[in-house]
Design a protein around this ligand. Structure first.
Ligand SMILES: C[S@@+](CC[C@H](N)C(=O)[O-])C[C@H]1O[C@@H](n2cnc3c(N)ncnc32)[C@H](O)[C@@H]1O
Length: 246
């Protein structure tokens, strides 16, 4: 699918990739072999993603500590170290625990551009962090750039979707909360721009892109994922944006 896309045609790519945990989910098996096999598998795909991204475009790669350090090195090589923009930490509210270890409570999202001239919508309503009176001393002196409040830092506290969540869950094991995608898409894709997710799962990226009036491309190797995505997109057609975070 990536190979069929034209050069420099996409504004924003967000990929919530295989993390290589070795886990067998209900919907797919998260296993690409050894770390070096996984990186070898991703590298040609990351090259293609760079090719299809517009010069003003941004790439977000969502992974976790199983692969993040190795993927960062591959991304530095492919996009150039100077085009590394952020390592976003998604800090969530549920932690798988082992008796003798600390709970694992975050994923990592790398953000890369193709040049210094990348799109960023600083007026997005989804990325403002309000000043808090309880902020640590010194924090209030930080440069805000804008009277409406500071643009968010790189640690994002967003609740994970519980398995029994009734607001968003559509029956796909690794479904991500829409709140994460509102921030990414609204800040990093221009109005009417094109968002692509090549590992779209239940289609969260496409759904949010549609809700926010962006064009979208999604694909997944799993037919169940494609069906769920199509059904969710039909719902957006019928009901429009379906959460209170507007
Ligand atoms: C972590 S999940 C994505 C979940 C998604 N962000 C959501 O909100 O539902 C990764 C997805 O990659 C898909 N996948 C695995 N190998 C793939 C491949 N070669 N090409 C496209 N998708 C693939 C899996 O089927 C799975 O749905």
């Amino acid at each position: 699918m990536l190979q069929k896309l034209e050069d420099e045609s996409i504004d924003l790519i967000y990929n919530d990739i295989l993390y290589n945990t070795g886990k067998k989910y209900d919907d797919f098996i998260d296993n690409l072999g050894s770390i070096s096999e996984a990186v070898q598998w991703y590298s040609p795909r990351l090259f293609e993603m760079k090719r299809v991204l517009k010069p003003t475009g941004l790439l977000y790669i969502h992974c976790d500590c199983n692969l993040s350090h190795y993927i960062k090195i591959a991304l530095d090589k492919i996009f150039g170290e100077a085009n590394f923009r952020n390592e976003i930490i998604w800090w969530y509210n549920s932690a798988p625990r082992k008796k003798k270890d600390f709970g694992k409570r975050h994923d990592t999202i790398f953000r890369y551009s193709k040049s210094d001239n990348y799109y960023f919508n600083e007026n997005s309503q989804y990325i403002r962090q309000e000043y808090s009176k309880t902020a640590p001393r010194g924090y209030e002196k930080e440069k805000y750039y804008d009277s409406r409040g500071k643009i968010m830092d790189d640690v994002w506290r967003i609740n994970i979707l519980g398995q029994n969540d009734k607001t968003e869950r559509v029956g796909y094991s690794t479904q991500k909360p829409k709140e994460l995608l509102y921030k990414i898409i609204d800040s990093s894709c221009p109005a009417n721009g094109i968002v692509a997710d090549f590992f779209c799962g239940s289609g969260t990226t496409c759904v949010v892109a549609k809700e926010l009036g962006r064009q979208y491309i999604g694909c997944d190797i799993n037919e169940k994922a494609v069906k769920i995505t199509v059904d969710r997109l039909k719902e957006v057609e019928t009901y429009g944006k379906t959460d209170s975070n507007s």
